[in-house]
Write a protein that binds this ligand. Structure first.
Ligand code: ADP
Ligand code: MG
Length: 237
């Protein structure tokens, strides 16, 4: 089942007199429960693309469908509701709230967007903390954790609302290599367990091969020759 389809997507930023074409005719499809990387150097358009898949921004041309919704049709309010129901985010710098414990950080999105009973919440939290191996650390505060532990908490937090899709913009950029591989393995395990689609961006060639589907972005375009396992412009290697 296709979860995301992009057809001739373009994005132009206009800052005063200066315009930047950040995405130039990008087309691809992503299936549900897949593990996908967008790879490319700094400035190639990775964040722009993830922001649009995450309904934080809109294409200036072309069509981007996410879980059956054309992102261009969303306004601020419907966009926020759609994100809350459908998408989890993992950030490069973890973005944990320093005044909340591990448990409270993971619980937070559930309190914001969904009407879940106290008992269900506790069960869900316990299962997720166990899945990311953070049960013993649940009462600690973020500044008592290592970078890898923080990112594991961020993964649990992204999954707590049971999203169809998790977006991670350079989630391993602030981790050493061993930890980066472990974090990606954990995301893959969570994909297997929950059938969540994971899409991450990276400019680190060493971790690229951890993905099953790789789209290579260069200067706002997908380079088909360097695309693996995905369906971009009808081609795949
Ligand atoms: P990456 O995440 O691959 O480093 P980005 O998507 O951040 O690439 O940027 C792609 C291009 O778009 C770059 O040339 C960048 O300078 C430009 N860009 C990104 N965001 C904005 C913005 N808000 N306003 C203007 N230009 C932007
Ligand atoms: Mg970026």
């Amino acid at each position: 089942m296709t979860l995301i389809s992009a057809v001739h997507v373009q994005k132009q930023y206009q800052t005063g007199e200066v315009s930047v074409q950040a995405l130039k005719d990008v087309s691809f499809e992503i299936d549900a429960a897949s593990f996908v990387a967008f790879v490319g150097p700094s400035g190639s358009g990775k964040t722009t693309l993830l922001n649009m898949i995450g309904c934080l921004d809109k294409p200036t041309d072309g069509t981007l469908m996410v879980a059956g919704t054309d992102v261009a049709t969303l306004d601020r309010k419907t966009g926020a509701a759609f994100r809350g129901d459908t998408i989890g985010f993992i950030f490069q710098d973890f973005n944990l709230l320093p005044v909340l414990t591990v448990y409270e950080n993971v619980e937070y999105p559930l309190l914001m967007v969904q009407n879940v009973s106290h008992g269900d919440r506790r069960q869900r939290l316990a299962a997720l903390l166990a899945a990311v191996g953070m049960t013993d650390q649940k009462d600690k505060y973020p500044d008592q954790l290592s970078g890898g532990q923080k990112q594991r908490v961020a993964i649990a937090r992204a999954l707590v609302t049971n999203p169809k899709l998790v977006l991670a913009d350079e989630p391993t950029a602030n981790l050493d290599h061993d930890t980066a591989y472990r974090v990606l393995d954990l995301m893959k395990k969570m994909r297997d367990e929950f059938r969540t689609t994971f899409i991450f961006s990276t400019h680190d060639p060493k971790i690229v091969n951890e993905a099953e589907t790789i789209f290579t972005l260069e200067d706002g375009r997908i380079d088909d020759a360097k695309t693996k396992g995905g369906d971009s412009h009808g081609q795949s290697l």
